[in-house]
Design a protein around this ligand. Structure first.
Ligand SMILES: Nc1ncnc2c1ncn2[C@@H]1O[C@H](COP(=O)(O)OP(=O)(O)OP(=O)(O)O)[C@@H](O)[C@H]1O
Ligand SMILES: [Mg+2]
Length: 446
């Protein structure tokens, strides 16, 4: 992509309404534009990151054996009356009436709709286990939408639903989701810690929230510092292996880590004092096992091995896809701008031409651009006539992890400059060496 032909409306001024870094930086980097409170347009740069995050979520869900589909944003109220949640949900639900006077709503989540689909189409225990998911816009009329896409009213969520014959099978699905979420967040360069969370009205049920530690997080969290030493890494995992998934679950959730809703002073104080941590976190996902709550209410049964009807055991599992952009930026920025982790960057590399219009420099940039693209790397080429300082400031603001700078002086010695956004360190290299280096760096993020 050539910057001269792109749409990147960067702002010079810091927008006054933005209180936290991620919101400020997303506005300044021309990634989003508010259309009304908590509702945003995704401008091209923001849209690229959003799509990248979605793609990682898709890949990891399908790796775990979960099946993608797509349900509509608008739902009939009747389904929610069946489950009893139409009245229970309250003013966060956006209720709409169509021209036939039918009650509709903009879905805040999809348990009812998916249960309806499964009860109509799944008859036998032989069709289980089944986990379906989609990535779709949600609407919750939040009391205080704020911090940009961190707490929007319209937001993009991955929500998945498992259907199993037994509680044991459903708990395996729960563990499988935990494992796949750990992988998903790590690929985005994030540490998201599973923490025991509020199980809501149904006591005894399992639920964990995934939290990214950040001062600006809205949740108060309490944990044993040992949890931050855990990483999933690139270990092999067989998602059908019940014991292996349970082992990962045990490894990542046996130490104390809770949100304020479930915090227990006595248990917390049993940890050695030096390891007790109180901090703030951003909730980027939640997994939930709720047994037969919806299948009982909505009559979702299958024929069991003995021919008798059995209510389905279910869980639901959400990832805040659009919120993840904010969380990633909160965890990865400095005073110059965003620092994208390689896994989610909107472009792999920024190419800066220091002397646009100079025949030799332009030709060298064109050659490098083509070589990078041939290597499967995406490039944002600043081919504008702006001054070098302005070009660097824009690149630093939008946060591409790598920058290649091309100028007549370096070219005379056959060199360009390769700069890491994270460390600020630069190296003089031959153009083909820089391309090879970047191919290597990104090979780990394909
Ligand atoms: N208003 C919102 N804006 C952006 N993302 C959201 C919003 N509400 C929820 N999410 C994301 O969707 C995920 C799954 O939804 P869930 O129903 O668990 O949300 P929630 O627990 O109500 O979130 P919160 O406590 O932050 O309001 C959350 O973990 C979060 O990452
Ligand atoms: Mg939640």
């Amino acid at each position: 992509m050539r910057l001269s032909r792109y749409f990147l409306p960067v702002l010079k001024e810091t927008p006054a309404e933005a209180q936290i870094a991620s919101h400020r930086l997303m506005l300044r980097a021309g990634m989003i534009k508010q259309s009304s409170a908590g509702i945003y347009s995704w401008l091209p740069l923001g849209h690229r990151v959003l799509r990248r995050i979605e793609q990682i979520v898709h890949e990891e869900q399908q790796r775990a054996g979960h099946i993608p589909m797509l349900m509509p944003t608008l739902q009939p109220a009747d389904l929610w009356k069946e489950s009893g949640r139409y009245d229970a949900y309250g003013p966060e639900m956006l209720r709409i009436r169509d021209r036939q006077d039918r009650d509709m709503l903009y879905g805040p989540t999809n348990e009812e709709m998916i249960t309806d689909i499964v009860r109509s189409n799944v008859a036998s225990y032989k069709d289980l286990p089944l986990t379906l998911y989609h990535i779709q816009w949600k609407f919750r009329d939040e009391m205080r939408p704020r911090f940009g896409v961190m707490r929007g009213r319209e937001f993009l969520m991955k929500d998945g639903y498992n259907f199993d014959l037994t509680r044991e099978d459903a708990l395996h699905a729960y563990n499988r989701h935990l494992v796949s979420y750990l992988r998903t967040y790590e690929r985005m360069g994030l540490q998201a810690i599973p923490m025991r969370a509020d199980s809501g009205p149904i006591g005894g049920d399992d639920t964990h929230e995934f939290l990214v530690l950040a001062e600006t997080g809205e949740s108060e969290v309490f944990y044993d510092s040992e949890v931050t030493d855990l990483t999933f890494g690139d270990r092999d995992i067989d998602y059908d292996d019940v014991a292996q998934c349970a082992g990962v679950m045990e490894e990542f959730t046996s130490r104390y880590a809770r949100t304020d809703e479930t915090h227990d002073e006595a248990l917390f104080n049993a940890i050695p004092e030096a390891r007790r941590r109180t901090a703030r976190g951003i909730e980027v996902g939640q997994i939930f096992y709720f047994g037969t709550k919806y299948s009982d209410a909505m009559g979702a049964t299958v024929q069991g091995p003995d021919g008798k009807p059995v209510p389905l055991h279910m869980g639901s599992h959400g990832i805040g896809v659009s919120r993840l952009l904010s969380a990633i930026i909160e965890a990865n920025h400095d005073d110059k701008g965003i620092i994208w982790p390689e896994g989610v960057t909107p472009f792999h590399v920024g190419l800066v031409n220091l002397k646009q219009g100079d025949g030799a420099t332009d030709a060298a940039c064109d050659g490098i651009y083509q070589a990078l693209e041939a290597a499967g790397l995406t490039v944002l080429y600043d081919d504008t006539k702006d001054r070098a300082g302005a070009k660097f400031a824009t690149m630093d603001l939008i946060g591409l992890p790598w920058r290649i700078t091309v100028g007549p002086r370096g070219l005379a010695a056959g060199k360009i400059e390769l700069t890491s956004r994270r460390t600020g360190e630069s190296e003089e290299l031959a153009p083909e060496e820089a391309v090879a280096r970047l191919s290597e760096v990104y090979a780990a993020h394909r």
